[in-house]
Design a protein around this ligand. Structure first.
Ligand code: RBZ
Ligand code: NIO
Length: 347
C-alpha cells in the first residue's frame, strides 16, 4: 500500500495525532490513509459509491459446469432492477447507486414494472461461444465489451462518484474466471476451480477438465497475451469489468473489488496496464477455491472473510461501510491537542 501523495502523507500524520494509541485502529487507519492518498484529500468526505453489475451468458454452460440453467442470468437481471436481489438490497442499505448493464444476456430479460435500478442495454452478442472448443470472443467483441465497461466507469466518475464497485451476473462464469486466473497466475485448474453455484462432484470434475482442455487449446497456439486470454476464455461481463476497472483507475477513482470473477477481471486489467493495481482494494475473500490465489497475485489483502460465494458485487457492498467508518473516524476524531489528552512518547 504505497502512500506517495502530499494528501496521503498528511493523512498519515493526522492519524498519529488522533486520540488513540498510534496504530490501535489497525487496518481502519491504513484504509483511511490509502483513501486520502488516492482521493488527493488529507481528510476526505464520506464516499459517494456507485455499483455497476455487468451481465452476460457463457457458451461453456452447455458443458454442465453450473448448478443452474443459463436462463437465470436474464431472470436475475430483472431481479436486480426490481430490487429483489442481494445486491439490490445492499446497494439501497448502503446508499450506493446501482446500475445494471446487459453486455450479452442470451435469454429474455423479463419485464420489470417498477424499476429500482438503471438498466443499460448494450448486448455485444448473445453470450460467448463455448471456450472449450473455440475462442469465447473475437478480439473486436472483447474490445467492445471492455469499452462499454470503461464508458460506464467514466460516466460514474464524471457524475462525482468517489468509489466504484463492479459486479457480475453470468451463469457458468466461474469456469471462465477460473481459466483466466490459471492463465494469468500459472496456477493449475485443480488449485483454482471451485464449486461456483454449488455444483456436485460430477460437474466439479467436468469443470476442471473443461478448464484444463481450454488452457491446452489456447497454449497450443502460443501465449496470446492478457487481452488475448480475455477473449479466448473470458466473457463479455468479465471484459466489461476489466474495462470498468481500467477506466476507474484512469479517472483516479478507487475501486473496491468483489469476489472471484471480479478479481479475475481485475487481473486482466492489471496484466494489461500494471498502474491499475494502485487503485484496487479487496472487499472480501470469497469461498470460491481460487479467490485467495487471485487476490495474492494482485498483492491484495481482503477486508472480510464471511464465506460468501455469490458475486453480484455483494461482498464489496458488505465491506463498503468499513471504508465509510475508516473515513468517519479519520475526519471526526479529536486530536490530542484539541481534546487536551496527553500524547504518548513518540516512538
Ligand atoms: C439465483 C442466482 C443468483 C446469483 N447471483 C450471482 N450468482 C453467481 O453465480 C454465477 C456463477 O456460478 P456458476 O459458474 O456456478 O454458474 C454467476 O452468475 C455469479 O454472479 C448467482 C447465481 C444464481 C443461481
Ligand atoms: O466469488 C464470487 O464472485 C462467486 C463465487 C461463486 C459464485 N459466484 C460468484
Amino acid at each position: 500500500m504505497s502512500i506517495d501523495t502530499a494528501a496521503g502523507l498528511a493523512a498519515q500524520a493526522r492519524q498519529q495525532q488522533l486520540t488513540k494509541p498510534p496504530g490501535s485502529l489497525g487496518r481502519l487507519e491504513t484504509l483511511a490513509v490509502w483513501l486520502a492518498d488516492r482521493l488527493g484529500q488529507p481528510v476526505p468526505p464520506r464516499l459517494k459509491p456507485a455499483i455497476a453489475v455487468f451481465a452476460a451468458d457463457h457458451g461453456v454452460a452447455a458443458e454442465g459446469v453450473s448448478a443452474f440453467p443459463p436462463e437465470v442470468t436474464g431472470q436475475m437481471v430483472a431481479n436486480f432492477v426490481a430490487g429483489g436481489a442481494a445486491i439490490s438490497v445492499l446497494a439501497a442499505e448502503h446508499g450506493a447507486a446501482l446500475t445494471v448493464v446487459d453486455v450479452g444476456v442470451a435469454h429474455p430479460i423479463p419485464d420489470v414494472p417498477q424499476r429500482r435500478a438503471q438498466l443499460i442495454s448494450r448486448p455485444v452478442r448473445a453470450g460467448t461461444r463455448n471456450l472449450l472448443y473455440e475462442p469465447a470472443l473475437r478480439p473486436e467483441e472483447c474490445d467492445a465489451a471492455w469499452q462499454i465497461g470503461a464508458a460506464v466507469a467514466t460516466r460514474l466518475a464524471e457524475d462525482g462518484h468517489t468509489l466504484l464497485i463492479g459486479g457480475e451476473m453470468g451463469i457458468a462464469n466461474t469456469t471462465a474466471a477460473a481459466a483466466l486466473v490459471c492463465a494469468y497466475t500459472g496456477a493449475v485448474p485443480e488449485e483454482i476451480v471451485g464449486r461456483g453455484t454449488g455444483v456436485d462432484e460430477g460437474a466439479y470434475g467436468r469443470k476442471i477438465a473443461v478448464v484444463n482442455a481450454a488452457l491446452a487449446r489456447v497454449r497450443a497456439g502460443g501465449d496470446p497475451g492478457p487481452r488475448g486470454w480475455l477473449a479466448e476464455v473470458g466473457g463479455l461481463e468479465i471484459a466489461a469489468l476489466a474495462g470498468f476497472y481500467s477506466a476507474a483507475a484512469a479517472a483516479g477513482v478507487p475501486v473496491l473489488l468483489d469476489g472471484f470473477i471480479s478479481t479475475a477481471a481485475a487481473l486482466a486489467a492489471m496484466r494489461s496496464a500494471p498502474q491499475v493495481g494502485r487503485w484496487l482494494l479487496a472487499g472480501h475473500v470469497s469461498a470460491e477455491t481460487g479467490h485467495r490465489r487471485a487476490l495474492a497475485a494482485l498483492g491484495l489483502v481482503p477486508l472480510l472473510d464471511l464465506e460468501l460465494r455469490l458475486g453480484e458485487a455483494s461482498g464489496a457492498a458488505v465491506a463498503l461501510p468499513l471504508l465509510q467508518a475508516a473515513l468517519a473516524l479519520h475526519r471526526g476524531m479529536a486530536t490530542f491537542a484539541e481534546a487536551g489528552v496527553a500524547a504518548g512518547a513518540v516512538p
